[in-house]
Design a protein around this ligand. Structure first.
Ligand code: NAP
Length: 488
């Protein structure tokens, strides 16, 4: 029997899940290295005003850590961050954590993995689990004059509480989920709020500030079995979301009609409504939800600017039509580099193969978790993860359990290295490409779901298919080496 030494990179949703599932399966010899100063991943890095999860909290939680007493149906970022901290403590992960530990390099050699942290510390491991997340490298566009601005500049994913926004002239650049939330939060107390939205997005009305009834919390706390049933029911009913995304049925058309109806009923001003009407289909991009945005952007102190930004000056933003907008604060709600995953770390697998070489044609993995050329390395919430169609926590739990199957076999001396084959990866990615055809994501919008190679980095199957693909590893899809050097 061996005790596999594991390095989990990242202490967000994916890393916490991996830690808990490994522990529950009897694997204790792991460290979770996290570059941030706290756990939570996106919920640690994102602290901008108005941050609210657009997935109801009774389903945006770990299956192994039900929380009965969320204060809102859609919880705020701060409460979700505290939940992650509590889960880490409750499940005994604290002693496994190494915070402020950025991995700069992970190299596979004859004696397994060597993971190097910024500062030079090296950790040897039998397995590396890349739980590095998707939305954590902020993207700030390179707009001419950006360094000239004398006011405050901030990206939403690196919010600075010292920035004064009350009574200020604020620009918010971007119209995605983040832009919509931050506009709604800052508008009421701004002197003027101008949103630079070169591409409007459909905003589906939802009462995001709705409190979760206290009685419900008490009932769920008193009856854990009922709570588990509620979670399972929510998981099951979220299949409707996957169905809307995957198939062009009446359900998709009805949901799209709701988004159009939200705009028509919420925005009476015809010019503003025209400016807010996207060219693409609702749900093609990650659907934005808000109960406050349309009111905020129509307020007397708010303005929507659709013209492209031509430059940033010392005192504001100039748009292509020559108008200068005087400003005190510029907020970049311009999203992320979503396809970086574990990069820019120097990750090298078999024969020195770098992740940049392996992903020269874009990020790809086998069933979200294994990459050819990288033995004993698995990703949790890696390429093709189901952002927005299936619960991420569920997907991470399933993947982590799948990985434990390999950990158990390693513990039992059944192999030394396991690496997915190129053929199996190509086969899986071909099936992904085929299945993307009828999805709503493929109806002609320009979203962050697309990689530079024009593939869609999402999960185009339903949850049942995910269960099937990630329950038991199929040895035929893997190269397995044994201690005596034999291959199977
Ligand atoms: P995003 O959806 O990628 O939106 C980025 C915005 O920035 C777009 O409107 C984009 O315009 C604009 N932009 C980029 N470069 C620009 C430029 N040079 N000039 C003007 N505008 C520019 O990013 P996000 O809003 O941060 O959301 C990313 C994802 O994070 C979401 O889809 C969601 O999955 C997640 N999120 C979730 C929550 C939640 O509640 N759970 C909250 C926030 C975010 P174009 O469309 O024209 O490129």
């Amino acid at each position: 029997m061996r005790d596999p030494k594991i390095v989990i990179i990242g202490a967000g949703v994916a890393g916490i899940t991996a830690g808990v599932i490994f522990k529950q399966a009897g694997f204790e010899n792991f460290v979770i290295v996290e570059k941030g100063s706290d756990v939570g991943g996106v919920w640690h890095w994102n602290r901008y005003p108005g941050l609210t999860c657009d997935v109801p909290s009774q389903i945006y939680q770990f299956g192994f850590a039900p929380k009965p007493d969320w204060s809102q149906i859609w919880a705020t970022g701060g409460e979700i961050q505290r939940y992650h901290r509590d889960v880490v403590e409750q499940f005994g992960l604290t002693d496994h954590l190494s915070l402020n530990s950025e991995v700069t390099e992970a190299v596979h050699g004859a004696d397994g993995w060597t993971v190097t942290l910024a500062g030079g510390r090296e950790i040897k491991a039998d397995f590396v689990i890349a739980a590095t997340g998707v939305l954590h490298h902020p993207f700030t566009p390179d707009i001419a004059g950006i360094d000239r601005f004398t006011g405050a500049v901030v990206h939403t994913a690196r919010w600075d509480d010292a920035i004064e926004t009350v009574g200020k002239r604020i620009a918010v650049i971007g119209s995605g989920s983040t832009g919509v939330q931050v506009v709604s939060a800052l508008q009421p107390r701004a002197a003027k709020l101008t949103q630079f939205a070169r591409t409007p997005q459909w905003v589906l009305w939802a009462p995001m500030g709705l409190p979760q009834p206290r009685l419900l919390a008490e009932l769920l706390a008193a009856a854990p079995a009922a709570h588990q049933r509620l979670y399972s029911t929510l998981l099951w009913s979220s299949g409707i979301l996957a169905d809307i995304a995957l198939k062009p049925t009446w359900r998709r058309r009805a949901a799209q009609q709701l988004a159009r109806w939200s705009l028509i009923t919420q925005v009476r001003d015809r010019r503003l409504r025209a400016a807010l009407t996207p060219d693409d289909e609702p749900f093609c991009k990650r659907q934005v939800l808000s109960g406050t945005y349309h009111r905020a952007i129509g307020a007397h102190n708010a303005a929507l600017v659709s013209d492209a930004i031509s430059e940033i000056t010392e005192t504001g933003i100039r748009t292509a039509d020559g108008t200068h907008h005087d400003l005190d604060v510029i907020v970049f709600a311009t999203g992320f580099h979503p396809h970086n995953y574990m990069r820019p770390m120097n990750l090298r697998g078999r024969d020195g193969l770098s992740i940049d070489e392996a992903w020269a044609k874009g990020p790809r993995a086998y069933r979200m978790t294994a990459i050819p050329g990288f033995p004993n390395l698995f990703t949790v919430l890696g390429p093709n993860s189901p952002t927005g169609s299936i619960s991420l926590q569920y997907s991470a739990e399933l993947t982590a359990r799948y990985i434990t199957r390999w950990l158990k076999r390693f513990r039992d001396n059944e192999f030394d290295t396991v690496e997915v084959t190129e053929e199996a990866t190509v086969r899986f990615n071909d099936s992904v490409a085929d299945a993307m055809g009828p999805t709503v994501w493929n109806t002609g919008c320009n979203s962050w779901y697309f990689t530079e190679e024009n593939t869609i980095d999402l999960w185009p199957f339903d949850r049942k298919t995910m269960d099937t693909l990630l329950t038991e590893p199929d040895d035929r899809d893997y190269l397995i080496t044994h201690q005596d050097g034999t291959l199977s």
